[in-house]
Design a protein around this ligand. Structure first.
Ligand code: SF4
Ligand code: SF4
Length: 215
């Protein structure tokens, strides 16, 4: 599972970095490396681009997982170079950006947009498979998520628009509910298709969500 990101445009970065003349750049050795948005190669390109734009790069590092608590120690080790920058540019997902921001008083600027949690199918191809709805229905849908895979998020499908196994919203995609039907048929569990699911309780997705794992 990866957090899928894309790089912000040059214009967006130019605007968010306009008031900073020196930067420390942090990349991500996991998800952003897999997405080719914030690994070592992209950090090096960013460094060159910033220098060509007249900025000083006081240092850079690629943290294994910027979203975890160990990032604090990496930031401490680089504290001098970070202190001499006017801002920290983070080439990681928004979790990494917020984690870095928790460990430094410097302005922290995201270089990437965070899109979704994705599962890798073919190398370099990622699909969104879960919207963290807080009320998982995979037990009755053959392990295929209708909330994520059906553009209408139907818990009782298919809708009337499915045609030859394709989705009416995007004909290039398989209808999630046809996939669910085929999977359940193969498993001899088609009775589940006749069961009316209760409407989703979207209150369970109200933000911000919190969880405590301490008993
Ligand atoms: S139903 Fe779908 S969105 Fe909800 S938790 Fe399960 S996989 Fe995630
Ligand atoms: S065609 Fe299938 S996937 Fe598309 S909106 Fe209807 S039920 Fe959902």
């Amino acid at each position: 599972m990866y957090t899928i990101t894309k790089q912000k445009t040059g214009q967006e970065l130019k605007e968010s970095l306009a008031t900073f003349d020196s930067l420390y750049v942090i990349g991500c050795g996991t998800c952003a490396t897999a997405c080719h948005t914030g690994g070592k190669a992209e950090v090096m390109s960013m460094k060159t681009m910033l220098q060509e734009a007249g900025k000083t790069v006081t240092g850079w590092m690629v943290v294994p997982t910027p979203c975890d608590s160990l990032t604090r120690f990496a930031i401490e080790e680089e504290s001098d170079r970070i202190a001499s920058a006017s801002a920290v540019l983070v080439m990681a997902c928004a979790y990494g950006v917020q984690n870095v921001a928790a460990f430094t008083e410097k302005a922290v600027i995201p270089a990437l947009d965070t899109l979704f949690f994705g599962m890798e199918g073919a190398p370099g191809q990622f699909s969104e498979v879960c919207l963290q709805c807080g009320e998982c229905v995979l037990a009755s849908t053959g392990g295929i998520c209708p909330i994520t895979s059906c553009p209408k998020g139907l818990v009782n499908g298919p809708c009337g628009g499915t045609k030859e196994g394709k989705c009416e919203v995007d004909a290039s995609r398989d209808c999630a509910w046809t996939l669910i039907y085929n999977r359940l048929k193969k498993q001899g569990r088609l009775d589940l298709m006749r069961k009316i699911q209760s409407p989703k309780d979207f209150q369970k997705m109200t933000h911000p969500r919190r969880a405590s794992v301490i008993a």
